[in-house]
Design a binder for this molecule. Structure first.
Ligand code: GDP
Length: 531
């Protein structure tokens, strides 16, 4: 393709593609809004108030996007920041938590971890960090809600280090909290950034001062709190390891910032840290070789498929991460799995507010392809080369249901529907060897509802789901045929074939799984399966 290598190198260096990982309520939506504000993707942000009843800020975004003439949901948001181009990939965080969240993390180069300062490390964050760890994704951390009473910052850092096994290096250190939140002290700059209430909806550059010891700051904190701040700062400075970019890039060390997303304080520091330290688009492994982002031929892989919001259109959007080269409107691409060339004239791109730029995309960017059933998760697209990207995993589901068909004559349609839905990644299907059951596996409970709904709407199949006593699933590998045969005989009643034709073990309990692993050391029980 006609892409100038110099221009490509420049565009790659400008790109930062990341996602936010956090536990529900830590402030991801609020942070997203403020990041977009700084990216000038939106001009005004309404203070987010009393949204407890209206959990789905997504809908706000959608109407906002429609007003601006951008037709797609919030899955991907692209905006410029200080000579860089930032791609923020949304990961569903609430009830709609699913495997999509996990797979989206395979399409980013770094992640922002948000921790609610009052709550510390929570369960969803632990899980998401595990996924990031699989690819050594660099993590920037943000301790949120400093405008409230939070836990001792030192204690929070120890908890992050202990639970998430990542070394913390504070970039800033909070001065006070709650009513007495004064601001943050920037350790490397030796500067204090003062927090001012009521700026949540504005882009305000904070007042800064050299050092931190000022009469008015002492006064605002009171002597006790000022002493406590100085003491904790001294401890931090003593213990502080130098920030090591290599360790950060390896996912072993995280820079930590403090602030309040709601108050829009510290958000620009997150962006500054992102453009300064987070990596530009990385090389991606394929079955053949590693593909570097600066290669001029276009390549990319599909990490997510989203059903069209509009029920009148049956097509779905396949989200493709560009890995190398350049997407240009109307270009011809090879759909590697099908061995077919396709001309793509109507890919969606996501630069908020700038319709001029809808013509091209560079590595790190995401484009949306209209999918009429021919694209699956994990599919690779190239400019002719035979290569398939690896590392887009299936994760062992944690929730299982047996499918009960209302009309037995519809079993063919059910099979077809489930086959397609599993190819899309909407659910996973397992066929136990001892009976003719169909068992669905999911990571989030909403996945079952989505599947039931779509089976009914798209395949005219009505079914219900019943509980089934499976705790988890593992993919089975073993190079030793004799050992495998022995295991298969013994474990027969718990074995199944998944939607991709792979042998799996359906464990009735964690204890049972542990026992089997101990008993059959030559068998690999894998909790992920790559496409
Ligand atoms: P999400 O579930 O992670 O997307 O969290 P939201 O952004 O929806 O925030 C959850 C709640 O915390 C909302 O009521 C927000 O207004 C509130 N919130 C978010 N950031 C802050 C903050 O910095 N300070 C305070 N006091 N509240 C916040």
């Amino acid at each position: 393709m006609s892409v100038d290598p110099k221009k490509l190198t420049k565009e790659v260096a400008k790109r930062r593609t990341f996602a936010i990982i956090s536990h529900p309520d830590a402030g991801k939506t609020t942070m997203t809004e403020k990041l977009l504000l700084w990216g000038q993707a939106i001009q005004v942000v309404g203070e987010v108030k009393g949204r407890k009843t209206d959990r789905h800020a997504t809908s706000d975004w959608m109407s906002m996007e429609q007003e601006r003439g951008i037709s797609i949901t919030t899955s991907v948001m692209q905006f410029p920041y200080k000579d860089h181009m930032v791609n923020l990939l949304d990961t569903p965080g609430h009830a709609d938590f699913s495997e999509d969240t996990y797979r989206t993390l395979t399409a980013v180069d770094s992640a922002l971890m948000m921790v609610d300062g009052a709550k510390g490390v929570e369960e969803r964050t632990i899980k998401l960090m595990e996924v990031c760890r699989m690819r050594d994704t660099p993590i920037i951390s943000f301790v949120n809600k400093l405008d409230r009473q939070i836990r001792e910052p030192l204690e929070l850092l120890s908890e992050i280090e202990a639970v998430l096994k990542i070394k913390c290096v504070p970039v800033t250190w909070p001065i006070g909290m709650g009513q007495d939140f004064v601001g943050v002290y920037h350790l490397a700059e030796n500067k204090t950034y003062l927090y001012e209430k009521g700026n949540g909806g504005k882009m305000t550059v904070s007042e800064t001062r050299e050092g931190y010891d000022y009469p008015d700051i002492r006064e605002r904190l009171g002597q006790l709190m000022f002493d406590a701040f100085e003491e904790s700062l001294e401890l931090v400075q003593m213990a502080l390891e130098e920030f090591d970019v290599e360790a950060f890039l390896a996912g072993e060390m995280t820079p930590v910032l403090f602030g309040t997303a709601l108050g829009n304080f510290g958000v620009n520091m997150v962006l500054d840290t992102l453009v300064k330290y987070a990596p530009p688009p990385k090389a991606h492994p394929t079955t053949e070789r590693k593909v570097s982002a600066t290669e001029t031929d276009f390549t990319g892989f599909v990490f997510k498929i989203q059903a069209n919001m509009d029920p009148r259109h049956r097509d779905r959007i396949a989200f493709l991460r560009v890995c190398s080269g350049k997407y240009e409107k109307g270009m011809k691409m090879k759909h590697v799995r099908l061995g077919k060339d396709v001309r793509i004239a109507d890919a969606l791109t996501f630069l908020a507010g700038d319709r001029e730029a809808l013509e091209e995309a560079y590595p790190g960017d995401i484009i949306g392809l209209h999918n009429h059933g021919t694209i699956s998760i994990g599919d690779s697209f190239t400019e002719g080369e035979e290569l398939s990207f690896t590392g887009i995993p299936h994760f062992a589901p944690e929730l299982f249901r047996r499918v009960v068909l209302k009309d037995p004559l519809k079993s063919k349609a059910l099979q077809k529907g489930l086959q397609q839905l599993s190819e899309e990644g909407a659910t996973q299907v397992f066929m136990p060897q001892i009976n003719n059951d169909l068992v669905l596996g999911a990571v989030g409970v909403l996945q079952f509802e989505v599947v039931a709904h779509r089976l009914k709407e798209e395949y005219k199949v009505q079914c219900t789901f019943e509980p089934v006593s499976i705790a988890t699933v593992r993919w089975i590998h073993c190079d030793d045929d004799v050992a495998l045969a022995k295991f298969k005989k013994k474990a027969h009643d718990q074995l199944s074939i998944d939607g991709g034709g792979y042998l799996t073990y359906l464990a009735p309990s964690r204890v049972n799984l542990q026992l089997m692993q101990d008993r059959y050391p030559e068998i690999t029980f894998s909790s992920t399966r790559e496409h």
